[in-house]
Write a protein that binds this ligand. Sequence first.
Ligand code: ADP
Length: 271
Amino acid sequence: LELSAIPMRMSENEEQGLLLVLQDVTAIRRLEKMRSEFVANVSHELKTPVAAVKGFAETLLNGAMDDRETAQSFLTIIHDESDRLNRLIGDILELSKIESRRSTLQFSPVDLHVFLERMTEFMATEAAKKNIGLELQAEEELFIEADEDRLGQILLNLLQNGINYTPEGGKVKVKAEFIPGTESESDEEGADDRVRITVSDTGIGIPRKDLPRIFERFYRVDKARSRSSGGTGLGLSIVKHLAELHHGTIRVESTVGVGSHFILELPLLQP
Ligand code: ADP
């Protein structure tokens, strides 16, 4: 709580009293704290790859270049870390654009079956590299109103995670189904009908204690694992924001060692 006192005067020299204002600043402080934490996190995340690039470049300059094999492996690291830096910067810009609502969405009707087929086709090569089966099961005639590019970002993020966090030979499945709204007299018929898109995998799963935090920026269950799979720790927070911009919700159910379900629900487009 913050207290401020404002003197109240009726005429020039006369002090009539004080107006005391007691303001609850919890929300403001929390926002400030979140913002400064985010800046600290961003700096830390950016410093790591920069330090690697600098360190390996220096070692090369100090003589490691003479050994061809060493040089090759150090240059590969420098190359990969630069890629990582690029992805990080891209994701940070993306997130800040979405959060400041500077990105306006271009909504149009989307045929989910057609759309999801395109998404799974797009990820097929990536899945095949790990011998992961990619399966689609989508009802026909499901239409939603969406920004196709942004919806694509959601799906590709979830599919990429499914593949990243599933061991070789596993399965990733996309399912789309109609969810009827709750009947209510005052509502227009079908007003809150939805579609549910579930991306499931037979992967490593997420420990119970981490589930509530999984959509936070830079939150990872296992930093090393996320790093080695090329993750930035920002994917799911971007997904969550984009789902909300589509008036939808996203949640997760997961069991360690069994797999995860990411469940996206969006309003159905009434015919
Ligand atoms: P990252 O770039 O690290 O994958 P995300 O924001 O996409 O970042 O996900 C945050 C964290 O959530 C990941 O680091 C991982 O620990 C966990 N996670 C996300 N998707 C899955 C999944 N399908 N299976 C298991 N863990 C997952």
